[in-house]
Design a protein around this ligand. Structure first.
Ligand SMILES: NC(=O)c1ccc[n+]([C@@H]2O[C@H](COP(=O)([O-])OP(=O)(O)OC[C@H]3O[C@@H](n4cnc5c(N)ncnc54)[C@H](OP(=O)(O)O)[C@@H]3O)[C@@H](O)[C@H]2O)c1
Length: 275
């Protein structure tokens, strides 16, 4: 897998995070190609990683057995239609990172009959703690599945979903999820300051508490509900705080927020996935 010719179209945040992750995993930089309209961005990636670059998307396709489409969803149709003749000739495995663009739309824009894996990554991929869900179309072989998974696993967790439509729920969970935790951290920081703590102390303790809770939840065999019960002694301080959250309908609010995110994901798919 580490010797497969791998191309990226779009040299933005996601592409550079994946390239950094792959190289840290021992991928051969000689096998990686990336394109972008901005020469400066390409020069910086070439000097940082020792990979090949080009401003010509067709040159990337020519040099790829696996092609990662890492442009914004809004330009995906235009980019795909432009490279379609070269893709039809070279037939690389297509991995799309674009939120809200269906496998069928990508395949159609690329001329049809392609092997397509669609991913929903998230921003913590930038610090190798990403959470990505993947789904592949019917053409995908077991080998291609493991190739796609290895690429996304280089920046964190990668899990497969059985049906493509589940990616809208994934968008509402892990795609948008980092922002929910940031909001909660923001609210905790503000509350801590109102309770009299200096801003720097409030920030540091909020951050470390979030990290500690996440790590404990990941490393423990217990469910989050069980871990919460363990730190909630009857008649204690945490019990009072949890009761205030429950009285404020926190769970209903989370459901409403995630439903809204999922609905918006579906709407964007309809808007972006047309001809
Ligand atoms: N970042 C995330 O956390 C995240 C999460 C989930 C999904 N995704 C998906 O990942 C994809 C990439 O996101 P990103 O955050 O990496 O975006 P980004 O930083 O904006 O990167 C996209 C890159 O593509 C370049 N580009 C634009 N038109 C191009 C063309 N015709 N040919 C080649 N390159 C072109 C852009 O250049 P210019 O800047 O000059 O336009 C930019 O450098 C998106 O589809 C997004 O939906 C990202």
């Amino acid at each position: 897998m580490k010797q497969q010719k791998l191309g990226f179209i779009g040299a933005g945040n996601m592409a550079s995070s994946l390239i950094a992750g792959l190289l840290a995993d021992g991928y051969n930089p000689e096998k990686i190609w990336v394109s972008d309209p901005e020469l400066e961005k390409l020069d910086s990636l070439a000097s940082r990683f020792g990979i090949h670059t080009s401003t010509n998307n067709h040159a990337i396709v020519e040099n790829s057995q696996i092609l990662v489409l890492a442009v914004k969803p809004q330009v995906m149709q235009e980019v795909s239609k432009d490279i379609a003749p070269t893709v039809s000739r070279c037939k690389p495995l297509i991995i799309s990172l674009a939120a809200g663009i269906s496998e069928a739309a990508i395949d159609r824009w690329l001329g049809g009959g392609n092997d397509v894996v669609r991913c929903m990554p998230n921003t913590p991929a930038l610090v190798k703690t990403g959470a990505t869900a993947l789904h592949g179309n019917d053409n995908i072989s077991a080998e291609q599945r493991s190739q796609a998974e290895a690429i996304l696993r280089s920046v964190g967790l990668a899990v497969w979903v059985e049906r493509e439509e589940l990616l809208d729920a994934i968008t509402a969970l892990s795609g948008s999820g980092p922002a929910y935790f940031f909001l909660f951290m923001e609210a905790m920081e503000e509350a801590a300051m109102k309770l009299g703590l200096p801003s720097q102390t409030a920030r540091l303790l909020t951050q470390q508490t979030a990290l500690g809770a996440a790590r404990l939840a990941i490393e423990s065999e217990e469910s989050p509900a069980e871990l919460r019960k363990r730190v909630t002694s009857p008649g204690g301080t945490t019990e009072k705080a949890i009761a205030a959250f429950e009285n404020g309908q926190l769970r209903a609010m989370v459901l409403e927020a995630m439903q809204a995110a999922k609905d918006r994901s579906l709407q964007l798919s309809r808007e972006l996935g047309g001809e």
